[in-house]
Each structure stands twice: as structure tokens, then as C-alpha cells.
Design a protein around this ligand. Sequence first.
Ligand SMILES: [Zn+2]
Ligand SMILES: [Zn+2]
Length: 212
Amino acid sequence: MHRSARSSQFRHLHDPRFVSLYSTLPNCTALAARDALSQEKSIYARTTKTTYRNGVISALAQLKRRPPAASPADTGTLEQDNERKQRAEEKEKGRLTSARIKGYLASRKDLETYGYVMGVPPGPGGDQETEEGNVRKCDRCGIDYLVHADLNEADRVVCSYHYGRQVMEKIKGIKHRVWSCCPAPGALPCQQGPHVFRVSDSSTWHTSQAVR
Ligand SMILES: [Zn+2]
Ligand SMILES: [Zn+2]
């Protein structure tokens, strides 16, 4: 009884469903027969004698909503089609589309506000090949120091600083300015290194300028 029901259901899946989905493909008949058979097998495997018929009806409804195959790559059972869609979605999730990147881009105006050099600086350019021997303000700890080109052992640990940035944090209801790397009020510097300076005036930049 089940066997004969099965063969009649295969016919429904094959024609019109798979045949009409594949009608523009050159080997439509063979592909439709292949997939109608696989589809019926998969329904048979996951249903019982009592749920088989509903399984076929549901598959027929889903196949009716499926767009016609444009190429052999679009063929397959409902399960294969779902798997393909899921794989495509996964692939799409990781794609860096311009629409996705847009939300993370800083505007030109913001970059200028934060001191980024956005064009060729005016003037003839810097004439100082090196900052060696000049007194500069350390960009980490803020003290004035004499710039050396060669660092000795002592120079390498002369600056104590926090690598994080200053943030406002509420501790027991009171706002404190703390370091993001050491979020306890009054935390001692967590890093040691050489003093460093930054030349913020881009019009004095020189191609061989020492940056230590
Ligand atoms: Zn720190
Ligand atoms: Zn320093």
C-alpha cells in the first residue's frame, strides 16, 4: 500500500513541479527525474506511514514557490537548495561591502579635527634633518627632554606612562577620570619606555627626520 502510494507521489513531484522548474535547461527531463526521485527518497526517509502524504504536500507547496532554475547550478532537492542558500548567506555575512564599511568610516572633517594630515602641507617643507639635540615635550608623560638619536639602557626606561587613554568612570556614584588600561583612580603608570615626541606641525616635516 505504501509502495504504490510512493510511486504515485513521485509522479506529482516530477511533473509538473521539477519539470516546470527546469523547463529552460537543456537536459530538463533527466534532471527533473533525478531530483524528483531524490526528493521523494528524502521525504520517505524522514516521514512515517501516516506523515508521508503531508510531507509530499508540503514539499510540493515549497517547490511551487521556488523560482525556476536559470542554470544547472540551481537544481537539486529542497534540502540541497536550502543548504546552498545557507552557504551563500554565510559567505555574505563575512563580505566587506561598501555599505557595511560606510558606517565605520571617519569623515574627512572628523579626521581634520583630530589632527590627521589630509593634504600636502603649505610652504617649502622642513629643513631639519633630525630633531637630535633639541628639547621636545614627551608625548607620553609630558615632560621636556633632550632628544637623542642613540638610546642607552637608561634612556629605554626613563619614561613612565599609561598606554591607555583617559576615560570618565563612575566609581561608587562618583565620577573619576581614570586610565582605560588601569581603571583605578590615581593608578601608577603601568608602562616604561623611552620618551617620544610628535611633530604635529606638518609644514616642518622632513623626509629623514628622526622620530625618537
Ligand atoms: Zn596603565
Ligand atoms: Zn616620557
